[in-house]
Structures are given as C-alpha cells and as structure tokens.
Design a binder for this molecule. Structure first.
Ligand code: GLN
Length: 282
C-alpha cells in the first residue's frame, strides 16, 4: 500500500496538472480525512503505510477532486465564522466573504438583541445558524425553496445547538411570510450571478454547486431586488436588511432600496474594495 509521503507526491502532481488550487494542502486535507489524523500529525508520518481501505477511499476522493469536484463536498463539511458546517451537493458552500454579513449584523445589533431575524435562501444554514449563535436571544426564520438546504440547515442547527430558536420554512425568498412589521433583521446571500457570467465560473462552482443558488435572473438582479422589496414590507421600523450581492450591483440595489422606502442606505465593500453588501434600514 502507498505511504503517506507517496500519496502526497502522487496527488500533488496530479492536482497541479488538473488545475486544482493548493494541490499540497488538498492532498493533506484528504489524507487527514481518510486516516482520521490531523494534518499536523501527518507531517511526521511520511513512511506510514495506508490500509487497503484508506488507500481505496483516498484514490476515489482524489480522482473526484482532480475532476474538479469541490473539496467541501468531498469532506462533507466546511468552516464558516469559525464553526464547522455540514455541506453536500444541493447547498452552496459557505464563502469567506459572506462572513462580512455577520460582522455587519454584529455592528448594527446589540449582542442581547431580541426579536426575529430572517435569512432568505438559507443554503447550508451558515448565515441563519451563525446569527442564532452570535445573538443568543434572537429567533431566526430560515427559508429556502428547495428541500436539501432546509434539511442541511436543520442538521447544522441541531449540531450547533440552536434548533429551538430556528424555524425552517419552505418558500421562495420571503414570499410566504405575511407582509407585517415583524422582523428586526433580514439577511441573505441570494443568487446574484448573471446568466452571462455563469458559464465563465470556475468548474467547481459551475459544474457542482446548485445553479439555483447562483444565477439571479437578468443582470443577476431579479432575486436580490425582490428580496429588497419583500424585506421592506416585513421589517419593523428601524430594522435592518443586510444583503450580499455582486460587485457591479451596488448602485442598482441602492436604487431599489430607495424606491422600497428604506432610509439609511449604503453599500459595504469587500477586502478588494469592491461593492459587495447592501445595508439598509427600514
Ligand atoms: N460569490 C459567489 C460565487 O462564488 C456567488 C454566490 C451567489 O450567487 N450568492 O460564485
């Protein structure tokens, strides 16, 4: 059977040839996954031989990664805001830039905030579950149109201990919630990629992540604009909308927020200085 060092050598080269990002880190993480050891422990174990079962599992996972399947789906989990979330095909993998939505919520609401938040299109539950954890007195409604995200969000809420404050409802964005001033906070990382950009996304995203979580209709704006309007009709006066969007959508969404009657409207930029998040107060 191959040793740890031989596996690293073989798959680092294969991943590099296949255009996989961070080939060395990738093989180390997959080796850690199949052996149950952590990456640090593997470093001193170059001559350690894999068992036949580990070797077979590693071959299968590495072949899938070389075919550009996302590492998060192979591992079955991914970190968001310092916590581990279960993920699987059918839910968008949490992105580090989406953590800024949580940072903004923590700036806008006191830690003891009570009342209700909503997450439109919850995916893995990264936003909804993290809000429930960061605000221990807040109750959260998480919606999604598709069953897999609701099931994965429920699993993550259970694993992270917030099920009792998280309600899951199957609906399109916020459509099934009666327009009524009920919410203190609404967050969303909606589909916002344009149909033109979609074919140019990296294969991991385009070929494996759910298209319905990525493409936001014409100009990528149809779903984000719908959420701006739906949230306006459901936030309490003074409540906040925090909405992730694409880097060319800031002006259009500020305009949508103005026409929906929000008062304090601004666009937050990401580390690269690009427009990424609409913040608006009802
Ligand atoms: N930024 C995401 C990407 O990697 C898009 C996420 C979304 O549409 N909500 O492609």
């Amino acid at each position: 059977m191959p040793t740890v060092a031989q596996s690293i050598h073989q798959w680092r080269a294969a991943f590099a040839a296949a255009g996989v990002d961070s080939p060395r880190l990738t093989i180390e993480l997959l080796l850690a996954h199949v052996t149950g050891l952590d990456r640090g422990a593997l470093i001193g174990m170059g001559n350690h031989e894999l068992t036949p079962a580990q070797s077979a599992q590693l071959q299968a996972l590495c072949a899938r990664r070389a075919a550009r399947e996302p590492l998060a789906y192979l591992l079955g989990h991914w970190d968001f805001y310092g916590r581990r979330f279960a993920v699987k095909p059918g839910v968008l993998i949490p992105r580090p830039e989406t953590e800024a939505v949580i940072d903004l919520a923590r700036k806008l609401l006191p830690p003891g905030a009570q009342g209700w938040a909503a997450d439109a299109g919850c995916g893995s539950g990264a936003l909804a579950v993290t809000l429930a954890l960061e605000f221990p007195h807040l109750r959260v409604v998480a919606t999604d149109l598709h069953p897999t995200p609701l099931q994965v969000t429920a699993e993550n809420a259970r694993a992270l201990g917030v099920s009792s404050r998280l309600a899951l409802v199957r609906m399109d964005a916020l459509t099934g919630l009666k327009p009524a001033a009920l919410f203190d906070l609404m967050v969303s990382n909606p589909p916002y990629v344009t149909p033109q950009d979609y074919p140019t996304l990296q294969p991991e995203v385009r070929d494996f992540e759910p298209q319905e979580a990525l493409v936001g209709g014409q100009s990528g704006l149809i779903i984000p604009e719908t959420i701006v309007h739906q949230a306006a009709a459901r936030l309490k006066p003074g409540g906040w909308l925090i909405l992730e969007h694409g880097m060319e959508q800031g002006a259009a969404l500020r305009q949508a927020a103005t026409s929906a009657g929000y008062k304090d409207i601004r666009t937050e930029k990401d580390f690269a200085g690009l427009d990424r998040i609409l913040v608006a107060q009802a």
